[in-house]
Ligand binder design. Structure first.
Ligand SMILES: *Cc1c(COP(=O)(O)O)cnc(C)c1O
Length: 384
């Protein structure tokens, strides 16, 4: 997909015919929809997925967003949820039952890990965790009852990639469903469905929203799969996105292509600067030549986003705290994907981390002037 197609989707697709010639899509802030006749009413009741009946099912503002994101990911259909975690949980729960087996990358998002490890295990569903960097390792973990291979490429602290094309082909041969969390790369840089992956999930709270002002999630895939999820987990758990939140994401998406390009350029600059800094032992970013999977990164993504890790030369907690507290423009906060730069030292989220993980610090490079961010880092690193 080229930039022309992307901007067509972001700025025009499904907005040709808005009421009153409105340029910005209306926020349909309504919980219910009424019908001219009881005949139409009963038709809608029996086919909720194709009708406006109740906003816990479909809502016109939400549907415009879903059609755009499905097109961006090159999938047939998308369904938005109240959070990334709600989308991820629903994409998995809809396709497993007691006694089934799942394979997942071990460094997946923390609450995804918890879902496998603590939640699904209560219902007799076991998960095998794998490194994910070797297709053979995943194939060896397959059992007769394996239903899902869950991926996140790259993972968002150690930044390990999975070969999506190879894993998708291998899983297809064994009739196992593949799911990938594509929050880091976004459809602007990576389109897993084109590589054979069945379902793509996102935390839209990150780059799709892009302004750190909302929480939402989405699943994209084949019409049949999304309709199954709609009729099962979506309607039953009811983790529904608000029309206003959907409208905010539509607004955020207007600049997705510009933001992602800028995140990539600035991040490369800053990652390269840090690579040669004496207080930094290693920079972990898939688009640096020093990354062990640099070739794979270039093969399956057209660029990278603004999140990466550095390994400092020290794991001393008080020195790391001093460095982090001295920064002016990097906010000390969780999450990422907004316009602003952020920092999260591993020892702050995991005070009992093993020795080798203590020097890890995760940075998000926002849309600020990169030179300004470099000066800020330079100043703070002096004291480390
Ligand atoms: C934040 C995040 C999630 C969870 O999304 P929420 O919108 O916070 O529920 C899932 N996956 C990844 C990779 C994330 O960074």
């Amino acid at each position: 997909m080229d930039n022309k197609e992307i901007t067509y989707i972001l700025h025009h697709y499904k907005e040709e015919d808005l009421p009153f010639g409105a340029v910005s899509p209306p926020i349909f802030q309504t919980s219910i929809f009424s019908f001219k006749s009881s005949y139409e009413f009963s038709k809608a009741l029996n086919d909720e997925i194709n009708n406006y009946l109740y906003t816990r099912g479909n809502n016109p503002t939400v549907n415009i967003l879903e059609e755009k994101v499905a097109a961006l990911e090159q999938g047939e259909k998308a369904k938005f949820f109240a959070s990334g975690v709600a989308a991820i949980a629903s994409s998995i729960l809809a396709f497993v039952r007691s006694g089934d087996h799942i394979i997942s990358v071990k460094d997946c998002y923390s609450w995804t890990y918890t879902l496998f490890e603590r939640y699904l295990s209560r219902f007799g569903i076991k998960t095998t965790f794998v490194e994910g960097t070797d297709v053979g390792e995943i194939e060896d973990a397959i059992k007769p009852n394996t239903r899902i291979i869950y991926l996140e490429s790259p993972t968002t602290f150690p930044f390990k990639l999975q070969d999506l094309k190879k894993i998708a082909a291998m899983a297809k041969r064994q009739a196992i469903r593949t799911i990938v969390d594509n929050s880091w790369a976004t459809p602007y840089f990576q389109q897993p469905i084109n590589m054979g992956i069945d379902l793509v999930v996102h935390s839209a709270s990150k780059y799709l929203g892009g302004h750190s002002d909302l929480v939402a999630g989405v699943i994209i895939g084949k019409k049949k799969d999304i309709e199954h999820i709609f009729k099962t987990e979506f309607l039953n758990i009811g983790a529904v996105i608000e029309p206003f939140t959907a409208w905010l994401i539509l607004r955020g998406l207007r600049t997705l292509h510009i933001r992602m390009q800028r995140h990539f350029e600035s991040t490369l600059k800053i990652a390269k600067y840090l690579s040669s800094h004496p207080k930094v032992e290693r920079v972990i970013y898939p688009f640096l030549k020093s990354h062990p999977q640099f070739e794979l990164a270039r093969r399956q993504m057209s660029g990278g986003s603004g999140l990466f890790s550095i390994k400092l030369i020290t794991g001393n907690i008080s020195r790391i705290r001093k460095f982090v507290d001295k920064l002016h423009y990097f906010k000390r906060a969780v999450s990422w994907g907004g316009y602003e730069s952020l920092i999260l030292p591993y020892v702050v989220s995991h005070p009992d981390a093993p020795r080798d993980l203590k020097p890890l610090v995760r940075l998000h490079i926002g849309l600020e002037e990169p030179e300004m961010l470099i000066r800020d880092l330079e100043n703070a690193l002096k004291d480390l």
